[in-house]
Design a protein around this ligand. Structure first.
Ligand SMILES: [Zn+2]
Length: 403
């Protein structure tokens, strides 16, 4: 019964774009003995009993008495191995990496999401202070930390500290990440989320205007799409993702304002709002300056447009090459001054996720204005995620070279 309720609750949030972007987030239900958690790689929107992993809570608790290697890679591997050992016999699916965190919360129902509005707060310079004003009770703010075991341990310590002068938290804000809501019933989860979103809404001074816009010059956009796709495509396409690489142009009112100049683009110069943004969109976009093309006096409008197109294409090539040289991998997002954003994926499915996450970054950037202005992940935390991504990329490329 409780599991069925959890599945219904998970689908409710999983199917709402304001809560779940590109399949992120996870949910759990626990009793005294067991924790049922969403398996890694399954979506909340389509969750069924087959997508849950049953964990033994005594074994999860035993993890806290273990000591792990100081080396982060070894430590995470050891913690993951213990996490897999904590599954009930016969379970084969991989539990979410945030399982330990779910187990730490006392309440039976836990729904963890990364909504754009919430991340406007968690990525806002005054986020912690405003969170304390808006949610004076049963709220914990967790400063940005590396994901995995370290995050869970940080939360454990924060809960224990808090217990001395308060009750168990029902809202856990994770800086530059998202929110956990914990409650005794599904109704209570919905009520807390409802209050939470309404409170955040009440503090907004500006909302992102996501009204789609047609490009000012659709021929130019088509040319640039081809140029960018060619520059990013061939090396990645060799990896054989189904459907082949794809590039999309993204423009709406909020983006038009952001790409107007290098200065107005400041909130998106880094995309490192949360780990998801880094994973799906890369840590920063390549920026293509819109220089003034050289044309002879008295050139016709057609000649002007051709010159502009050629100059922007050359500038895009330069920007992408410079990005690749600096980072060791190509960008996923290319911002063209005065034109819009281009986003790229190895396959149509990857493109769809990257595009959704890019639009989320735009919303987070604008929402964060109401919470003290944007605050990206600190460089060391960003590089922890990036390092992992770069390794993945190298591994993929190397595997390709070997085959
Ligand atoms: Zn998360």
């Amino acid at each position: 019964m409780a599991l069925r309720e959890l599945i219904e609750l998970s689908r409710f949030y999983g199917r709402r774009e304001e809560f779940v972007i590109a399949g992120g987030g996870n949910t759990s239900y626990k009793d005294e003995a067991d924790l049922f958690i969403k398996a890694s790689g399954t979506s909340l929107a389509e969750l069924s009993e087959a997508g849950m992993v049953r964990m033994r809570r005594d074994r999860l608790k035993a993890i806290w008495s273990r000591s792990y290697d100081r080396n982060p890679d070894k430590r995470e591997a050891q913690a993951l191995s213990d996490l897999l050992e904590a599954r009930v016999e016969g379970e084969t699916k991989r539990p979410s990496v945030e399982t330990l965190l779910h187990d730490l919360l006392r309440q039976p129902y836990v729904v963890h999401t990364h909504p754009s509005l919430v991340n406007g707060l968690t990525c806002g310079r005054r986020g912690e202070k405003i969170a304390a004003e808006l949610f004076p009770e049963r709220m914990l703010w967790i400063p940005v930390v590396n994901p995995g075991y370290i995050l869970a341990r940080t939360v454990k310590e924060a809960i224990e500290r808090n217990l001395t002068h308060g009750a168990y938290p029902s809202i856990l804000f994770l800086q530059n990440h998202g929110v956990f809501v914990a409650a005794d019933s599904p109704e209570e989860v919905r009520a807390i989320y409802g209050r939470l979103m309404a409170n955040l809404e009440s503090r907004l001074t500006r909302r992102p205007d996501m009204t789609a816009l047609a490009p000012v010059d659709s021929e130019l956009v088509e040319t640039l799409s081809k140029v960018i796709d060619r520059l990013l495509g061939p090396k990645e396409a060799a990896q054989g993702a189904p459907g082949g690489p794809a590039c999309a142009f993204v423009l709406n009112r909020a983006i038009a304002h952001l790409v107007a100049s290098r200065r107005s683009f400041a909130p998106l110069r880094s995309l490192s709002y949360t780990p998801d943004h880094i994973v799906y969109c890369g840590h920063e976009p390549a920026w293509v300056r819109h220089g003034r093309p050289r044309v002879a006096k008295g050139a016709s409008p057609a000649e002007l447009r051709a010159a502009e197109s050629a100059s922007l294409s050359a500038e895009a090539a330069r920007a992408i090459e410079a990005y690749r040289a600096r980072n060791g991998h190509p960008p996923r997002v290319v911002a063209v001054e005065g034109v819009g954003l281009f986003v790229w994926g190895e396959s149509p499915a990857k493109l769809a996720s990257a595009r959704a996450m890019l639009l989320d970054a735009v919303r987070v950037a604008i929402y964060s204005e109401s919470f003290g202005g944007p605050r990206h992940m600190p460089d060391d935390k960003r590089d922890f995620i990036r390092g992992w991504e770069v390794e993945q990329y190298r591994a993929k490329v190397n595997a390709q070279g070997a085959s």
